[in-house]
Design a protein around this ligand. Structure first.
Ligand SMILES: *[C@@H]1O[C@H](CO)[C@@H](O)[C@H](O)[C@H]1NC(C)=O
Ligand SMILES: *[C@@H]1O[C@H](CO)[C@@H](O)[C@H](O)[C@H]1NC(C)=O
Ligand SMILES: *[C@@H]1O[C@H](CO)[C@@H](O)[C@H](O)[C@H]1NC(C)=O
Ligand SMILES: *[C@@H]1O[C@H](CO)[C@@H](O)[C@H](O)[C@H]1NC(C)=O
Length: 750
């Protein structure tokens, strides 16, 4: 009908358009229009004249024919793309002792540290350095041997910058990083401290920084140095670098200055450091310090430069904070508080307004549907006590001059924002001791979410695990609900969806159930098997010969099922009152992980149908006096309540009960680890045994709309452990009906 209704105007419009078109733009000469029907009639099938020309496939050249030179591919993509590491530090280790300390201070900050040592002088400690290159110098021309070694290991190719230094030099790694990051490595440049007596050379003691092209040149031309005569090895190296590269030493390049702090012979830096730092501003900005004599010097210098760096970063942070505060004036929402955190969330609409919880020093008003005030205790109390203490400290610090006496807190609010953290407002009451004046102060505090970590060891799960559904029937009264559950299960699997996963339904009947009922269930299972043949569902009946308490029957059913089907399988323990949808099984498969996670869905519990007004016929109003009287009458009747409306996940129909643990999905092997706990005391549900799981196993609790529990009178075993009994009675009370529904029944309107 509706299709025709929308189609008619459309067709009318179309016809009108064609008509107007025809009237306005009528063709001037009728004879020139070719009739389209005629052209279809003249259709000629020309396919019979087609000739198929198949092109010859091009012949591949013979394998042995070499066409031009073969391309040599580099072993690593980085080599081919010319991507290099940032900096290589070549340490000339004469004694080796200080090289180890240097490795400690420098290795973390640069790409690589290579120690070059004369193999004749190697000691045990030095030989443990991870990248040590020994060379044999025969005490002659050590610099040529060093350069040969660099060439042998092709070290000159893979770095942008090279620092050649002696082990008796300390290098400030933070400044080194900053410097090379600001300069371009592609120019021919040698940086260092120019030697005043020998023009063009750098002093090796201060360290010499070479860019990649100069290093390449030095290695290629190193034969220049072979017969060079020098007073010492050190001078030989200085001379060699200048002679081979023909690049003069520079103290400054592209705005970056190579600063060196010279230690005169008798000074020990670890003793003099404090004085130097106070007296001379240039120490803090030095790149290298030399010569040092001991590892104590090296670590003292390193500590000092770390302090300088930390101070610098802190100064930068406070400057940034100031800037952000200044900019905040121009932002529409003002600056966020604290600076740099996510601002308060705006309410997306008028239904999702963020809720502030009010608290006093003894009570807290939470946003719960059935209870508005609770005593302030447990973690809430700890949280708020800490906040009050912090707020008081703050106020008393600010009002340091006045002598104030804390009277009480007059109240406070807190709000949770999952992206920001917890925000608080606290009102404090003080009395001025001198003037007897009462003053109130409001303090805002925030507990920001700071360190978030990703759980990186979550195992991979798939939706195709085999699942065994266990339905325990402990008493005769549970037979009917369980049969209904089986009937619904049969309807679920008649859906045509392809199913290659394995699902098994197991009904575990206790010996208290009558034989007649067992036969019924047996027949139901046969029927279920027949209907679900396509989805390869298995169904079986287990009888559990138990005479223990009803509350333990679920555990025993699970034991029996694990005995039968092995502990490697996944088990979903269902209540016989459950009303499930297909999605529950999918989610159970995903959310249960062997040795890692147990899934305890929070079910939607149906309210008492009569009290909730679910047995009303069309046109009957729940607040009529006659309806009320009838409902009160029905409640006295022992027969189970009936409903006329379908059960939906809505607030008049029922509620999600966070205290219900009757449905569990778990691997058999995990269950067996927890099993001994159930023997200790008497417990109500298997689920509550999982509340404190063994370490490493998580509990996933989540609201599950595909799992509904039909209304039933819940019995709370008085022998239960106190905590479980409390939970059971509270759950039973709250699950009866909503407060307004109860009120409608109990209170007369007049
Ligand atoms: C050298 O430094 C690296 C990186 O800090 C460290 O892993 C290594 O153990 C150090 N070697 C020695 C011998 O101290
Ligand atoms: C470099 O390699 C050559 C030839 O393989 C070898 O004779 C020489 O000793 C090596 N030099 C060093 C310092 O390893
Ligand atoms: C070295 O460089 C200078 C100028 O930079 C040049 O005059 C001289 O010829 C060069 N020497 C050699 C051997 O290349
Ligand atoms: C050098 O840095 C230290 C540590 O940050 C600091 O205490 C000292 O005042 C600085 N010296 C100068 C001259 O700025």
């Amino acid at each position: 009908m509706s299709g025709a209704r929308t189609g008619l105007p459309l067709l009318g419009g179309l016809l009108l358009g064609v008509l107007i078109n025809f009237l306005l733009f009528a063709p001037p000469d009728e004879s020139t229009i070719a009739c389209p029907a005629a052209s279809i009639a003249e259709f000629v099938d020309s396919a019979e004249h087609w000739v198929v020309n198949q092109e010859k496939t091009p012949q591949s050249p013979p394998a042995d024919a070499k066409q031009g030179p073969q391309v040599v591919r580099a072993r690593f993509a980085a080599t081919e793309l010319g991507i290099r590491e940032r900096i290589l530090v070549l340490v000339w280790a004469e004694t080796g002792r200080l090289a180890v300390a240097l490795n400690g201070t420098l290795a973390k900050h640069v790409s690589r540290v290579v120690a070059l040592a004369d193999s004749a002088r190697l000691d045990v400690e030095t030989s443990l350095l991870p990248s040590l290159i020994p060379f044999k110098s025969n005490s002659l021309h050590a610099h040529t041997h060093i350069l040969n070694a660099v060439f042998n290991y092709t070290l000159q190719e893979n770095y942008d910058w090279f620092l050649i230094m002696k082990e008796s030099t300390y290098i400030n790694p933070f400044l080194l990083q900053e410097m090379i990051n600001k300069m371009s490595w592609s120019e021919k440049v040698i940086l260092g401290v120019p030697d005043s007596s020998n023009v063009g050379r750098c002093i090796l003691e201060a360290g010499i920084l070479l860019s990649n092209p100069t290093m390449q040149m030095l290695i290629q031309q190193r034969h220049v140095c072979n017969n060079m005569l020098a007073a010492s090895d050190e001078q030989g190296m200085e001379m060699c670098i200048y002679a081979a590269t023909n690049v003069s030493c520079r103290g400054e390049h592209q705005g970056q200055e190579y600063r060196y702090w010279h230690v005169s012979g008798t000074d020990a830096p670890h003793e003099e450091l404090q004085r130097w730092a106070m007296e001379s501003p240039s120490l803090n900005s030095s790149l290298s310090v030399g010569s040092i004599l001991s590892t104590a010097d090296s670590s003292a210098l390193h500590d000092h430069f770390i302090r300088v760096e930390v101070d610098k970063v802190e100064a930068e942070i406070s400057q940034l904070e100031e800037e952000i505060e200044g900019m905040g004036e121009d932002l529409p929402d003002g600056p966020s508080w604290p600076v740099g955190t996510k601002p308060y969330a705006h309410a997306p609409n008028r239904y999702q307004v963020p809720v502030w919880e009010y608290f006093t020093s003894t009570e807290i008003f939470k946003n719960e549907p059935n209870q508005n005030v609770r005593a302030l205790e447990g973690s809430d109390k700890e949280d708020i006590d800490e906040i009050i203490e912090e707020a008081r400290r703050r106020v008393e610090e600010e009002e340091g001059k006045r002598s104030l006496e804390f009277v009480r807190i007059s109240g406070g609010y807190r709000q949770w924002d999952a992206a920001r953290g917890m925000d608080y407002m606290v009102d404090l009451v003080y009395r001025d001791v001198d003037t007897e004046e009462i003053l109130e102060r409001r303090v805002h505090l925030a507990r920001i979410i700071e360190r978030t970590t990703l759980v990186n060891t979550v195992p991979y799960v798939k939706e195709d695990a085999d699942l065994t559904i266990v339905v325990p029937i402990a008493e005769e009264v549970e037979v009917l609900p369980a049969r209904r559950l089986l009937a619904r299960q049969a309807r679920l699997c008649t859906s045509p969806a392809e199913e290659n996963r394995h699902t098994r339904v197991v009904v575990a009947v206790s010996s208290r159930v009558e034989t007649k009922s067992v036969v019924f269930i047996q027949n139901d299972l046969e029927e279920l098997k027949k209907r679900c043949k396509r989805s390869s569902l298995e169904a079986s009946l287990l009888s559990v010969s138990s005479d223990t308490a009803t509350s333990l029957h679920a555990a025993e059913a699970l034991d029996e099922a694990i005995d039968h089907f092995g502990p490697q399988s996944m088990f979903l323990l269902l209540s016989p009152y459950a009303d499930i949808q297909k999605e529950l099984l999918d989610r159970a498969r995903i959310n249960t992980i062997k040795k890692f996670q147990v899934f305890l869905p929070i079910p939607f519990i149906e309210y008492h149908p009569t009290i909730a007004g679910m047995d009303l016929k069309d046109g009957e109003k729940p607040d009529d006096e006659s309806t009320r009287q009838r409902a009160l009458g029905t409640l006295k009747d022992p027969a189970p309540p009936q409903r006329t409306k379908g059960l939906m996940v809505q607030k008049e129909h029922g509620r999600f009960d966070p205290l219900d643990f009757s449905v569990v999905c778990i691997y058999g092997s995990d269950y067996m680890e927890v099993r001994p706990r159930l023997m200790r005391g008497k417990r109500v549900d298997v689920g509550s045994a999982f509340l404190n799981m063994p370490p490493g196993i998580h509990v996933l609790r989540a609201i599950e709309p595909a799992l509904r529990l039909r209304y039933h009178r819940r019995e709370c075993d008085p022998d239960l452990e106190e905590e479980d009994l409390l939970r059971c009675t509270q759950s039973r009370r709250e699950n009866l009906a909503a407060k307004d529904q109860l009120a409608r029944l109990v209170f007369n309107k007049e």
